[in-house]
Structures are given as C-alpha cells and as structure tokens.
Design a protein around this ligand. Structure first.
Ligand SMILES: [Zn+2]
Length: 324
C-alpha cells in the first residue's frame, strides 16, 4: 500500500499482507479491512476488534448484532473523514454510490453526543428520555425479539413463506439499520437508493405529504424505505410518527418498522405488499402496518388474528395522526 499526498508525492509505503484500506479517518490515515489503523504515513497505529463485522451508522455509532440488546461500541476516536468518499467505493455499504453523510441527516438521538443539540433542547429531550433515533432503534430491536420468541406461531404462515422466508428476514433485521430524518434530509431519492422519481428531494415529499397549508402536522407519510439499498434497512422517517412511549417499544412503532423492513428486505412496493398480505390495494398503506401489528403486540393474542380486510374495516383510526 502506498500513500500519496495531493500532489502525488509518496508519503509512505506499507506491506499490504493481503489487507486493503477500507475507510479514511479524520487524521489523514485509514482503517484497513483487517481492522488495522494506519496514520497518514502508513505507520501502523493500532488494531480494532473485528472492524469488518461491525455495522456502522452514518453518524459514527456502531451497533453489534442486537440479539442481546443494543450495544454501542466506541471506536477509539476513529471516525470517517469528512471528505466526500471517505470510505472506499463511496460509502460503508460498498455499493459504489457516494452518499454524503450530511445529506442524510440522521434522526436525532438526544442520548450521548446529541443531547446538547438545539433539536433536543427545543423538544425537552435529554440523555434520559432519548430521542427519535433511540426510540425507533429500540422498536427494531424489540421487533426482532418478538418475532423470534416463538409465541407467535400463527404469524409464520400469515406473513412468511418461500417468498419471504422467516429466517432470512431475521438475519436481515440483525444487520443493523440507518434511520434518517426525512423532514430534514436534502438527499434525493436516487442519492439514497430509494424508489420513486429521480432527483426528487426527500424532505419535499415529507413536507408536501405531512404539513398542511395552515402549518399543522399530519403523518400521512410516516416513513420511506430505500429498497434499492441492500446491505441493511435504510429508512427516512417523519420523527413525529415515532412514538416515545415505553422508550419506543410501542406496538405501532414496532409494526411500522416491520412494514418498512419488509420493503427493505423484499423491495416490494406497497401495492405488492398489500396483495401479498391479503390487504386491499389502496393509497392508505396503514392497512399493512395495522395488519402486521396484530402479530407483534406486547401481549400476544390468544386467538388467530383477523385477516387484513377485516382489520381495514375495524382497526384503523380515521386519520393518520402523528405520535406527538
Ligand atoms: Zn409501505
């Protein structure tokens, strides 16, 4: 491996030993695939534990597989450099598409590093309350737990099949997730590998769908999943659609993550999911979430949950109100 400065002069040379750079870091050095850290002159400065197996979110947090709960790992000061393509192949998913972190605007956490942010202060969120990203992350962890705990045997044939296999879906969920604030993101749908009209700014979609002419909020569009992005679940949310009840481990949050994860996993459109689940094809896609919700309730139902068309007529509130 050879390091060059911007004029092409050699700054350092190191033996690669079958290793290669994966991520540039802010001090001018990089982290290799084997997790070895190098400085800008290619001197070895350290070894990270199992770097390639970790899942990195765009703000530099990392989450291990969450089967045993969320565990955050601090990577000893090694954060992505703020250049456009800090990570080889453009981003940490190796898809070849550069996706500038700032465009995405991650959902605010309010725990740890974000607690001093204006957004957290304005909403009265703190380290102890957490923020939307904590809540929806907790909902995802809880979803995986409820799907795996065996009490919902009637769920398997109603949702999973040879087409959407239960085991592969659980594996997908365990890969981690990228959760963004769709109301603030300046990414376009194609930047983020989301389906829809090319060049369309994601925040525009949320504004048009969710802000009424008098400025009040409604959550017509709660979430938008980028099904073109394969490595893990990537969702843009209206944070107001995320409930903070029970730290996010709330039935509708969990059902909504379920709905979005099915999009991410299958790349099915809403219409395809509606048809797959036996729901009526309609613009109001809450029928998917409310149908799925029955299978992941905190208290598992004792009888078999009703079919989707019954749910549509009996269990969906009139307007898509926000959680807060
Ligand atoms: Zn949907």
């Amino acid at each position: 491996m050879v390091a060059f400065d911007q004029s092409g002069n050699v700054k350092g040379i190191a033996s690669s030993n079958g290793d290669s750079p994966v991520m540039a870091v802010s001090d001018g050095g990089f982290i290799s695939y084997k997790g070895i850290t190098y400085d800008a002159k290619l001197n070895i400065t350290g070894q990270l534990p199992n770097f390639p197996t970790l899942t990195e979110s765009w703000t530099g947090d990392e989450y291990k597989s969450e089967t045993s709960g969320v565990s955050q790992i601090s990577r000893s000061g090694a954060y992505p450099a703020s250049t456009f393509a800090a990570i080889v192949y453009g981003n940490n998913s190796f898809t070849g598409t550069a996706f500038k972190q700032a465009w995405g605007y991650p959902l605010v956490k309010c725990s740890e590093g974000d607690s001093g942010s204006e957004e957290c202060k304005a909403n009265g969120w703190s380290n102890s309350t957490g923020g939307p990203r904590d809540w929806i992350w907790n909902a995802k962890v809880e979803l995986a737990k409820r799907l795996a705990d065996g009490r919902m045997n009637m769920l398997i044939p109603r949702v999973f099949s040879n087409e959407i296999t239960y085991k592969a879906f659980l594996t997908y969920l365990a890969k981690g997730a990228q959760f963004y604030d769709g109301t603030r993101s300046t990414a376009t749908l194609d930047d983020a590998l989301c389906p829809g009209e090319r060049g369309k700014e994601i925040s525009r979609i949320f504004k048009v769908d969710n802000i009424r002419s008098d400025g009040t909020h409604i959550c017509n569009t709660a979430a938008l999943t980028c099904s073109g992005y394969k490595p893990m679940l990537r969702v843009f949310w209206d944070p107001r659609a995320i409930s903070f009840a029970n730290n996010g481990k709330q039935d509708l949050n969990i059902a909504t993550v379920f709905h979005e994860a099915l999009h991410g996993f299958t790349a099915y459109s809403d219409e395809q999911l509606q048809s797959y689940l036996g729901c009526t094809s309609q613009d109001d896609t809450r029928n998917i979430s409310y149908y799925l919700k029955q299978f992941v309730l905190e208290k598992a139902p004792t009888g078999a949950p009703p079919i989707c068309t019954y749910v549509e007529n009996h269990s969906i509130p009139n307007s898509p109100s926000c959680a807060w």
